[in-house]
Design a protein around this ligand. Structure first.
Ligand SMILES: [Zn+2]
Length: 324
């Protein structure tokens, strides 16, 4: 089927970058009427992730096409990554070492969804279509980069009162929420109850409340009123990513306006440059902290990749009990 290029999500490029020469070659051939294989797109019914065919899409854009023939499949973002990376091994421009590394990094970031946890080198090799040696080597590097696993309490080693065993075995696998957690540093942290909405009191006629002066030592709170732990405060207060985003945005506008102006200085600038700035913007934006991790209150857990905060995307994936 034909798909609108504008509707494609181009953020899942599994190669380290696109190659301008390849795009030019494809664009020339397309303009001459050469038939190219359909690009591969995955969709959850809502978003359309380009999985394979980045050079073809760029080439089509370059010659002014707005649609492209696509093989559209049902699947997740993770499916698109795995498909795209393995397709690179089989066809088109031979992947460079940087391409392979980039692909493995993308899979690694999604290891929870793809493997349900940390894969072995062999799992990686099989899934990504690389040699076992490459998979093992990559795994070793990643494991060496990981901080030592913090000692994290599990529900079973906390002394909790036994849950009512007469209750029917629920299909819903909601973890029992302990009321306290022991942090890696040995301190105890209270776990906030989920959404303890205070009942609205019937309003007695009271004088308009005078806002008490905020004492200087008050702990900063995130958007949901959760205390921001000291070590996370730089991520929330004056996060430099905001300024970086502004810079990228400014560069993008300047480049786009320059190209549009017809100024000779911009004559050789490719459309791809603007697109890559869009990508950069989106990648950086998706790294901006959204809230203190709803699951661990900043202590570090899987849901926040041990960062203590969640990005908006991570927050969106929380079970609804862990949303505001
Ligand atoms: Zn967490």
């Amino acid at each position: 089927m034909k798909i609108k290029i504008d509707e494609l999500d181009l953020s899942l490029q599994t190669r380290a970058g696109t190659d301008a020469e390849t795009i030019d070659t494809y664009a020339d051939a397309m303009a001459d009427g050469s038939q190219f294989p359909d690009v591969t797109v995955f969709t959850d019914g809502n978003r359309y992730w380009l999985a394979d065919g980045f050079h073809r899409v760029m080439a089509a854009k370059q010659i002014g096409k707005t649609t492209i023939a696509a093989d559209v499949r049902k699947g997740t973002e993770d499916d698109a990554v795995v498909f795209g990376g393995t397709a690179n091994n089989k066809q088109g421009k031979r992947p460079t070492r940087a391409d392979v590394r980039h692909f493995l990094e993308m899979v690694w970031e999604r290891r929870e969804a793809i493997f349900g946890g940390t894969p072995t080198g062999g799992n990686l090799a099989e899934k990504c279509g690389v040699t076992r040696q490459t998979g093992v080597k990559f795994l070793q590097v990643k494991l060496a980069e990981m901080p030592p696993a913090p000692v994290r309490p599990t529900v079973k080693n906390l002394h909790l009162p036994k849950a009512n065993s007469t209750a029917p075995t629920a299909q819903v696998k909601m973890p029992v929420r302990p009321t306290q957690l022991v942090g890696a540093n040995g301190r105890m942290y209270p776990v906030r109850p989920v959404a303890p909405k205070a009942p609205v009191r019937p309003s007695a006629p009271v004088a308009p409340p005078t806002r008490p002066e905020r004492p200087a030592h008050v702990v900063p709170l995130d958007r949901f009123g959760t205390e921001i732990p000291v070590e996370l405060q730089p991520a929330f207060d004056g996060n430099p990513l905001a300024e970086i985003l502004a810079h990228i945005s400014k560069a993008r506008v300047a480049l786009k306006d320059g190209v549009a102006s017809g100024n000779a200085a911009f004559a050789a600038v490719r459309q791809d440059a603007i697109l890559q700035l869009d990508n950069a913007y989106n990648f950086v934006k998706s790294a901006v902290p959204f809230c203190v991790c709803r699951m661990c209150q900043g202590d570090g857990c899987k849901a926040c990749h041990n960062k203590g905060f969640q990005t908006e995307e991570q927050y969106d994936r929380n079970p609804k009990e862990f949303k505001a």
